[in-house]
Write a protein that binds this ligand. Structure first.
Ligand code: SAH
Ligand code: SF4
Length: 381
């Protein structure tokens, strides 16, 4: 059975052609599935009975099984979806006065293995398929609508999508791009490119491909002002060091729907939160010529991370240095604290298949910038 959620509009057109149907049938299908949330082809009433029968025989809308759903007092909703073989991924809806943002996952686990990320500590299980990525949006949009979550006039409940859940989206490029296309398609979710954000730890060649194939808003997880520290925090930096990463960001801006890149920076006490590091960071992005904004994310602790969240004072002082250097800087508010929906705490239930945690114990961390850095990092398992 074909899963219709695996197909973007081009895919639906090709599928309809195989069935001997015209292009506009694909448009009808996309609108039934993604705009109206209809999963049952027999109820797609403006399709000919013969087509509905053909479809029922070979295709279905296969969403993901919901393992759990938690709603927080502040309106945040978190779903845990079963993706088979003991793996689960998380999706989080964050309502704000002027928008509804959905944070979705691209992989079960993640192979990058960042020190401060609970997904990274679990290791990599597998890439999600396009349909599994889209199912998160499909399920969230339509279940929120059914329960009456109000959207602004003419808007969908979900107005923004950020690929900031589990996984490194640019290490699952082939499955992610069709999902992005359907988010943007007028017959799908009709989101503007500015309202769909891919967040990456810095897969340089894929940043270039995204610029050519499907430029959406780009967020890059920086976390350190120099290679020595970034090598420790984001192991992918050893392959694509800062100079190459920033050059890719600059190239991306030529096609980007926004005229800046968002740099995410996870604030870790005694590791990357000193004012001198903020000054280095400002100099780094200025010299690289990348128009940017900074989003400081206070570290969300998880068991055995061995790392500590920066104090609010340290975060404020860090933000102040960046702001004075002329860089727009925001501090991410923690949302859904009561349901563990904060970024980096996703899906503790995912099975650790690659023994990443054990590998880490055997690999002692080198002393990097300062004694406090080494102490904080060494605490990690
Ligand atoms: N793999 C992509 C997208 C998913 S992570 C990336 O790394 O960009 C989304 C964001 O959450 C990243 O900026 C990541 O660095 C941050 N993050 C991960 N773990 C975190 C934690 N424990 N506390 C705060 N932010 C965290
Ligand atoms: Fe993967 Fe992103 Fe977590 Fe790093 S921060 S381990 S890239 S999900």
């Amino acid at each position: 059975m074909i899963n219709l959620l695996d197909l973007d509009l081009d895919g639906l057109v090709a599928f309809c052609e195989q069935l001997g149907e015209k292009r506009f049938r694909a448009v009808q299908l996309a609108r039934w599935i993604h705009q109206r949330g209809e999963a049952d082809v027999s109820r797609m009433s403006d399709l000919a009975r013969t087509l509905r029968d053909k479809l029922a025989a070979c295709a279905e809308v296969r969403s993901l099984r919901v393992v759990s759903e938690h709603a927080s007092a502040d309106g945040t909703v978190k779903w845990l979806f079963d993706v088979g073989d003991g793996n689960a991924v998380e999706t989080v809806f964050i309502p704000e006065s002027d928008r509804g943002t959905l944070c979705i996952s691209s992989q079960a686990g993640c192979a990058v293995g960042c020190r401060f990320c609970s997904t990274g500590h679990q290791g990599f299980s597998r890439n999600l398929r396009t349909g599994e990525i889209l199912a998160q949006l499909w399920h969230a949009e339509h279940s929120l609508r059914r329960r009456g979550v109000q959207a602004a006039a003419g808007e969908r409940v979900i107005t923004n999508v950020v690929m900031m859940g589990m996984g490194e989206p640019l290490q699952n490029y082939a499955q992610v791009v069709p999902a992005l296309r359907l988010m943007l398609d007028d017959h799908g979710y009709g989101l503007s490119r500015r309202r769909v954000t891919v967040s990456t730890s810095g897969v340089v060649p894929m940043i270039d491909r995204l610029r050519d194939d499907c430029p959406v808003a780009l967020a890059v997880s920086l976390h350190a002002p120099d290679d020595a520290l970034r090598d420790q925090l984001v192991p992918l930096n050893r392959k694509y060091p800062l100079a190459e990463l920033l050059a890719a960001c600059r190239r991306y801006l030529s096609a980007a729907p926004r005229d800046f890149v968002t740099f995410e920076y996870c604030m870790l006490a005694g590791v990357n939160d000193a004012p001198a590091q903020a000054r280095d960071l400002a100099a780094l992005v200025r010299e690289a010529g990348v128009a940017c904004k900074f989003n400081l994310i206070p570290f969300n602790p998880f068991p055995q991370s061995g790392l500590v969240r920066s104090t609010p004072q340290a975060v404020a002082a860090f933000a102040d240095v960046l702001t004075r250097a002329g860089i727009v800087t925001t501090v991410r508010r923690t949302r859904g604290d009561d349901i563990d929906a904060a970024c980096g705490q996703l899906a503790g239930e995912v099975r650790d298949r690659t023994d990443a945690a054990a590998r880490r114990v055997r690999t002692p961390v080198r002393v990097v910038a300062a004694a406090t850095t080494a102490a904080a990092l060494r605490g990690a398992p």
